[in-house]
Design a protein around this ligand. Structure first.
Ligand code: ATP
Length: 510
């Protein structure tokens, strides 16, 4: 008995001593980790985002990168939505920005958003977006052009309207893409590349009979004011005739015979645009600039044969600081938001032939009305994003907007690690197939296997819709919590969210 109690005592002592040893070991290891962190932090004093950078690098090491290459296939779309990421520039480097965008392949993009857990440890919220094309920081303007605006050139020769939009926050590279790099003349912009191809095509024998003439106009829309950039910013009026056709009364249209002449007009217009920035409230990135190249046959000069509109859209990023700002700035912001929402609906209407076209909702959509109707019209939108971490919120807003422009095209899978495009395509086609459920129930000759497969697809599509609604409910809750910070941004995001929910619900109807 005595031996037994001695044995128990020594066992307890052993356990206590082990616990003490473990505790010491834990303390030693914690001290080591702490020292290591302090050392890394000391070494990275110059890189405030080193922890975030380490997490992103680790993430990138887990995926295979296969970005778009020059020989990739050009898809034929009525509406093309693409994203271009610019490289970090010297201003970013001065601000010690880090690159939070990864482009793993030719149509996906990941935004690594830094977030904090409740215990304040950092983590990455990886947002995966799918578009028709994604261009990484090494892609030249020529490549972006090849997959976006160039495939639309033929449209205007076939009697249609082609429209190319560049959208993104200030500093995201819209001017670099549209006008080219001022320091490197080889890096031409979309204006010059488009004009050059239009001249090449117009001068080909095919169109000899048409006797085509090329002319250009350039105007700006700021709040509700339309100004002629080729005529000293003369204010222009919009008039709608009985056939709902909108005329920009008094707009200067210059006949051109070479690419250089086109570029000269663009230079004049851009200078005119910039000149307003100091003298008034007008800021180039807060107005929409519309450059149009028009084809007319000399045989019937009153009728437009085809038109290419290149539009540098205003960014909505200043919404972030408008809560305490002036009435003018608020009005400016809400006008931009309204025109962007309307634009999105009008582009979607182009994709759904015969759908209601709410073009009267803004001056921008009024002047572009003809671009959204007509069987032969095509549109592309290039969303531009800055890679830096301080642009994260604006980048997500730009991508969400671009994502919603194309109904059923490019879906965002928040937080998802899946990079499988086919998966999205599968989901999208299943959603589309749910429209045919009524037809399906009345199909008597349907074989059992096909019936089961279709039924599964429909149920899966409906599950996706439920998931989407749950995600939207969560987004709505987050939005409500942030409503007090910035009313204007809140209302824009709220409208976009509701739009999205309504679209999902419409799709869910059987
Ligand atoms: N693809 C690119 N490669 C290299 N540099 C780029 C690229 N895109 C943009 N930049 C550089 O980034 C800076 C901002 O670009 P840019 O002026 O084109 O932006 P923006 O969207 O037109 O801005 P804002 O709306 O304020 O006029 C410029 O210095 C530009 O040269």
């Amino acid at each position: 008995m005595e031996n037994m109690s001695k044995f128990k005592e020594s066992n307890t002592l052993k356990k206590l001593s082990k616990l003490e040893k473990d505790r010491m070991e834990r303390r030693r290891r914690n001290a080591e980790v702490k020292a290591e962190k302090e050392e890394i932090s000391r070494l990275n004093q110059d890189t405030p985002h080193w922890e975030l950078l380490a997490m992103i690098t680790q993430y990138r090491n887990t995926i295979t990168l296969s970005p778009l290459s020059y020989n990739d296939f050009i898809e034929d779309h009525l509406i093309t939505v693409a994203v271009r990421k610019r490289p970090l520039n010297k201003f970013d480097l001065v601000k010690k920005e880090i690159d939070i965008i990864t482009i793993p392949n030719k149509n996906q993009l990941i935004v690594h958003e830094p977030k904090y857990k409740v215990d304040l440890t950092k983590y990455l919220d990886n947002h995966v977006f799918t578009f028709d094309y994604t261009f990484n920081e090494t892609c030249s303007n020529q490549i972006v052009y090849k997959y976006t605006a160039q495939p639309l050139i033929q449209t205007i020769f076939e009697g249609g309207y082609a429209t190319c939009f560049a959208y993104g926050q200030t500093g995201s590279g819209k001017t670099y893409l549209m006008s080219g790099c001022p320091k490197n003349l080889k890096e031409k912009g979309i204006y010059a590349l488009t004009a050059s191809d239009i001249f090449k095509e117009a001068n080909s024998e095919k169109y000899d009979d048409l006797k085509l003439e090329i002319s250009c106009s350039f105007f700006e829309i700021y709040v509700k004011k339309v100004s002629d950039l080729l005529n000293g910013k003369q204010t222009l009026k919009l008039l709608e005739d009985g056939k709902q056709q909108v005329q920009v009364v008094g707009l200067t249209e210059r006949t051109v015979s070479s690419v250089d002449e086109v570029l000269h007009l663009i230079k004049i217009g851009n200078e005119e645009r910039a000149s307003g920035q100091t003298s008034a409230n007008v800021n180039s990135s807060r107005s929409h600039a519309v450059f149009q190249i028009c084809l007319r046959s000399k045989l019937n000069p009153k009728k437009i044969h085809g038109k290419f509109s290149l539009i540098d859209l205003a960014g909505n990023e200043r919404g972030a600081d408008t809560f305490f700002s002036s009435k003018t700035t608020k009005m400016e912001g809400s006008e931009i938001n309204q025109s962007l929402l309307n634009l999105k609906e009008c582009i979607r209407a182009l994709g759904r032939k015969g759908a209601h076209l709410p073009f009267r909702g803004s001056k921008l959509t009024q002047v572009l009305r003809d671009s959204f109707i007509g069987a032969n019209n095509k549109t592309c939108m290039i969303a531009m994003v800055s890679p830096g971490v301080s642009s994260c919120e604006n980048t997500l807003n730009t991508l969400r907007y671009a994502d919603r422009v194309k109904e059923l095209g490019g879906s965002e899978v928040q937080g998802s690690k899946s990079l499988d495009h086919d998966l999205h395509m599968e989901t999208n086609s299943a959603v589309r197939s749910s429209h045919s459920l009524n037809a399906y129930s009345s199909m008597k000759s349907f074989d059992k296997q096909s019936k089961d497969r279709l039924e599964d697809k429909i149920i899966n599509a409906h599950k996706d819709i439920v998931k989407k609604l749950q995600k939207s409910a969560k987004e709505a809750e987050d939005l409500l919590n942030s409503s007090k910070n910035d009313v204007e941004k809140y209302s824009l995001n709220w409208n976009m969210l509701i739009d999205d929910v309504v679209t999902s619900l419409n799709k869910a109807k059987m």
